[in-house]
Design a binder for this molecule. Structure first.
Ligand code: FAD
Ligand code: PHB
Length: 392
């Protein structure tokens, strides 16, 4: 098999890249080790930045998104029992955020790609990357009981944090920068109408809680738990009780409950591998970096990476120019580090970090500042709705 760009991973990074390349007439094949049903039902992110939505619409991928999404103009920070609204749109010249499940977006991206005759191979096994030092590297994999080789001009490693692409880069090339937080998130998806119109990020003495949603009937809720927590210790009743306590507020407010549709534990981690390229292999999205979910940025960062990669590949194929590919890491890392800082800052401000009263007072001071100063609130809002990215 032969193509121009071999894309490993059919998550948001790999799929959006396949659409960006197709638009420029660049041939690609997407290789995914899970089944289509699995990737289409994996519950993950829910917040799309303003520019991510603009990009998807410009690519003709926004029809169902625009029909079914929820548009939010603000969010709430809840601390000491009182909710404070950050008016995101008012502070960012009218920008909004979009609530739309990542798995719904993945469904849209896969369907649109297959409808156009694009190649996505699901259920592949034993993926391995070879010949990175050669002019045309190769991806070897198993599919339907047979061994295959896909030769390409470039490989896009869009295979997430646990994928094989980053690990195929020779030792000594990458530098990994990492922070692991002493807590995880326990997340549930519940068949229950949202209890608030907007997202609520809560700092509580018992730990962080987040109220999010997917649509008018489905809520997404998270709790800060111990890093090594096991789900068996969290029957539904305990989860609802803890959410009710941590999300409680002065006013007349009640947490809507309902059947729990999905439950999971996610570690909180900040990670960056640099450079994001080795010869003809380019890493994008979670394969290159992870942000703690408190900033709602991972999916958006994955999309921003592949717009930069597509621009570089387009320049290479159309004119032979290499400058944009050469500066891929520098271009991406500028945004990556801004997002790393914002995600770390939100995480540090809202989670229970220790029993140290000094830390607690610093958090409360920061929360009071960001909810009372228009300047501080604008900085949060600008980062949360996201910075624009260039694409053509
Ligand atoms: P992935 O989505 O991980 O996709 C990688 C793909 O590669 C997968 O389909 C995987 O099966 C496949 N793969 C792996 N190994 C191989 C292999 N060897 N061969 C072939 N295929 C392989 N981000 C936000 O922006 N907003 C949020 O609100 C948000 N909330 C989150 C909540 C949770 C609970 C979690 C876990 C994450 C959240 N994120 C959020 C982060 C976001 O989901 C990720 O950053 C995003 O999925 C990254 O996309 P990706 O395409 O880089 O990687
Ligand atoms: C979600 O809806 O899943 C979500 C929302 C905001 C976050 C993280 C996750 O910061």
């Amino acid at each position: 098999m032969d193509t121009q760009v071999a894309i490993v991973g059919a998550g948001p990074a790999g799929l959006v890249l396949s659409h960006l390349l197709d638009r420029q007439g660049i041939d690609c094949v997407v290789l995914e080790n899970r089944s289509r049903a699995y990737v289409e039902s994996r519950i993950r992110a829910g917040v799309l930045e303003y520019s991510t939505v603009e990009l998807l619409c410009a690519l003709g991928l926004g029809d169902r998104l625009m029909r079914e999404r929820m548009v939010h103009h603000g969010l709430e920070l809840l601390f000491e029992g009182t909710a404070h609204r950050i008016p995101l749109s008012e502070l960012t010249g009218g920008k909004t955020i979009t609530i739309y499940g990542q798995h719904e977006l993945v469904k849209d991206l896969i369907k649109a790609r297959l409808d156009k005759g694009g190649d996505i191979l699901f259920d592949i096994s034993d993926v391995a990357v070879y010949g990175l030092d050669e002019r045309r590297p190769t991806v070897r994999f198993g599919h339907r009981g047979a061994a295959h080789e896909l030769r390409a001009d470039f490989i896009a490693g869009c295979d997430g944090f646990h994928g094989v692409c980053r690990q195929s880069i020779p030792l000594g090339v990458l530098r990994s920068l990492e922070r692991v937080y002493p807590f995880s998130w326990l997340g549930i998806l519940a068949q229950a109408p949202p209890s608030s119109a907007e997202l609520v990020y809560a700092r509580h003495d018992r730990g962080f809680a987040l109220h999010s949603m997917r649509n008018a009937e489905v809520t997404r809720l998270y709790l800060q738990v111990a890093p090594d927590e096991s789900l068996e210790r969290w029957p539904d009743q305990r989860i609802w009780g803890e959410l009710r306590t941590r999300l409680a507020r002065d006013a007349d407010w009640e947490l809507t409950t309902g059947p729990v549709l999905e439950k999971g534990i996610t570690p909180m981690r900040s990670f960056v591998a640099e450079p994001m390229q080795y010869k003809r292999l380019f890493l994008a999205g979670d394969a290159a970096h992870i942000v703690p979910a408190t900033g709602a940025k991972g999916l958006n960062l994955a999309v921003a990476d592949v717009t930069a990669l597509a621009a570089g590949l387009t320049a290479w194929y159309s004119t032979g120019r290499t400058d944009l590919l050469d500066s891929y890491t520098t271009t991406c890392l500028q945004r990556v580090w801004r997002v790393q800082h914002f995600s770390w800052w939100m995480t540090s401000m809202l989670h229970k970090l220790s029993d140290n009263a000094f830390d607690e007072q610093l958090q409360l001071s920061q929360l009071r500042y960001v909810t009372s100063s228009a300047t501080a609130a604008t900085s949060l809002a600008e980062n949360y709705v996201g910075f624009p990215y260039a694409f053509d």
